[in-house]
Design a protein around this ligand. Structure first.
Ligand SMILES: [Zn+2]
Length: 324
């Protein structure tokens, strides 16, 4: 599926951004100002050939030369080679693959990076963190991604895994996580964690207000957040508990990284400022002594397409057309 956003300026540098997520894949032809010329999306591919076909279909739509293709992908990505080192879960089939080879771009340069990092790059180049040098971002979606900008540098760590904030231990006696650890933030505040907690209440016949759909789907986080606001006691309990864990994690991240701003992104963040209103005061109280100030918690500006814009931004940064 594609969507025409606006008309292209023929002389403006263009890049293709691709964002491979756990449930959907998005791509866009992106201009130097971060604008989407044309965008595309489909359910996530489950094979290498399906991924290649999707990207090739986008490449064929470009009527002007592009500077390169940038790819954001879940997992640990070796940015220097574009190799997917680790991607447990839905994108496991990409492990060990070079994204530059997988997408078959020919002579077009390809660069790749972790999906949360490209979302942060988009915010730093064009969004909520424009001009900032110290920023932490959490992407709250199917899983929980994280990315950290320290003194103007995106953290990678010794082997590329730095910034996986969703796998911070929140409860050492918590459940087994996809990453092999127990009690990670992702097991408490991801779409799947919130859905499964509400479902567990339904399964135990606790008094809930939301139904299972006619196709057998359990309520999604957006409906659970709405139900919590509308007086569903069970939804309120699920949301409050998840928020308590998120708040504890945010306090730790603020103390660890001392950022200028903290960005919440991903599809759960569409709930907006009311999402964190119940925990905002507690976060401030718990961090003000050490940090000496209140760090703004803001929402992703390029919500929905930040990943593709940031992936294209990778190309512009690599070719020195833009700088952080
Ligand atoms: Zn984990």
């Amino acid at each position: 599926m594609s969507e025409k956003i606006t008309s292209a300026d023929a002389v403006e540098p263009l890049a293709i951004g691709v964002d491979i997520g756990g449930t959907g894949i998005k791509a866009a032809i992106v201009g130097l100002s971060g604008e989407l010329i044309e965008s595309f999306h489909e359910p996530s591919p489950r094979t290498i050939s399906a991924l290649r076909d999707f990207v090739q279909s986008v490449v064929k739509r470009v009527k002007a030369p592009v500077r390169g293709i940038g790819v954001g992908c879940k997992g640990i990505i070796d940015a220097s080679s574009t190799r997917v080192k680790r991607s447990p879960g839905d994108l496991h089939f990409l492990e060990g693959q070079l994204l530059s080879e997988v997408i078959g771009a020919g002579e077009v340069p390809v660069c790749a990076e972790n999906d949360a990092r490209v979302a942060l790059i988009a915010e730093v180049l064009w969004g909520a963190a424009r001009g900032r040098r110290n920023v932490v971002m959490l992407t709250l979606g199917t899983g929980v991604g994280g990315a950290v900008l320290v003194d103007g540098i995106i953290l990678h760590g010794a082997k590329g895994a730095a910034g996986h904030l969703g796998h911070t231990t929140i409860d050492p006696r918590g459940g087994l996580c996809i990453c092999g650890n127990y009690g990670c933030l992702e097991t408490y505040f991801s779409s799947r964690a919130i859905e499964s907690d509400y479902w567990a209440h339904m399964h135990r016949a606790a008094p809930v207000k939301l139904p299972i759909s006619s196709t057998g789907e359990v309520p999604n986080p957006a409906s659970i957040f709405r139900a919590a606001a509308d007086g569903d006691e069970c939804a309120r309990y699920v949301v409050d508990r998840a928020l308590e864990y998120l708040g504890a994690a945010l306090v730790s991240f603020l103390h660890t990284f001392d950022p200028e701003i903290f960005i919440l992104g991903g599809n759960i963040a569409t709930a907006g400022p009311q999402l964190i209103a119940p925990i905002q005061d507690k976060i401030v109280r718990r961090t003000k002594t050490l940090l000496g100030r209140e760090v703004p918690i803001v929402f992703q500006k390029l919500l929905g397409y930040g990943g593709v814009a940031g992936a294209a931004g990778l190309v512009f940064l690599k070719q020195n057309l833009l700088a952080i």
